[in-house]
Design a protein around this ligand. Sequence first.
Ligand code: G3I
Length: 341
Amino acid sequence: DDLKSIKDVYKKDFLIGNAIAAEDMEGVRLDLLKKHFNVMTAGNAMKPDALQPSKGNFTFEDADKLVDKVLAEGFKMHGHTLVWHQQSPAWLNTKVDASGNAIPLSREEALTNLRTHIKTVVEHYGNKVISWDVVNEGMNDNPTNPADWKASLRQSPWYQAIGPDYIEEAFLAAREVLDAHPDWDVKLYYNDYNDDNQSKSKAIYYMVKELNEKYAKTHPGKLLIDGVGMQAHYSLSTNPTNVELSLERFISLGVEVSITELDVQAGSDFKLTDEIAEAQGYLYAQLFDIYKKHAANISRVTIWGLDDGTSWRSSTNPLPFDKNLQAKLAFFGLIDPAKYM
Ligand code: G3I
């Protein structure tokens, strides 16, 4: 085909990623991935439920196969995710009480599980990944007082068992492994969605600022949190100005920023009219225009899935390729924003 390659167009700017499952790594899907992308995220394969379904039972086989294949095909790999409230087995942070109700584990038990999971997984994948989402989606949506970031945290099972410092503890555990391997180059990320919400992005900003400043007191010149991931699960009502404000806010922390799970809902019931397809193309163009402008501080832009047919929100046609792997206006918008806008 005569399409330009996304990764070639943005070669000097940032890595271009996609989210995959094992079945994407063969045939025409692999060919398309190889043409346009240079870094992969496992959509599900490296989440806590996949890697440690029961205590001490680390099931790395499927994820290892995927990661090794990804690397053998010449891609880089990003690790997703170590700590989350979804796709995370209950035993990690809860237990069942005498009346059969799930209750939080004690702080000490939960901390032990948190540290063991993180250390084992980070050690196992080592330098095969360029970065990890250490904590995913820890913040509430639209917090009322973002400066009080601890009060803005999601009351997840990890939060309930350990308290607000579970986030710091998670990064410290991952950092400890990396410190023991100075030859590895692995970045540690905090990753979240609704990143265009100003109140939420401020709460994340205050959290990263405080945790990094605290860490620097005992480790001068060093970061605890290397990067902030903006998931970027957007829709046609997303305001690019808010996206840019959040991006600039995160960049001002002195950390790297990545766009980690980009997609843009457009239309419904698997239908996309010409008019809506054009609006989607325009938003993709506006977003990549912003990303290009801040490319010096953006490491990676990852699109969350290869095609509309296999997207997690398939019925809303969110991706640059349709279910037949044909480029949409969304593709042409992102490949040449200036021309499209
Ligand atoms: O593995 C089973 C399979 O055995 C079964 O046949 C099938 C039938 O439904 O379900 C399969 O599991 C599904 C899995 O995706 C793999 O396809 C789960 O039900 C489904 O819930 C799961 O959805 C994933 C979702 O996270 C769950 O939280 C999506 O693929 C994945 O793209 C999505 O990704 C998240 C990021 O990790 C974090 N940010 C938000 C993003 C979108 O929700």
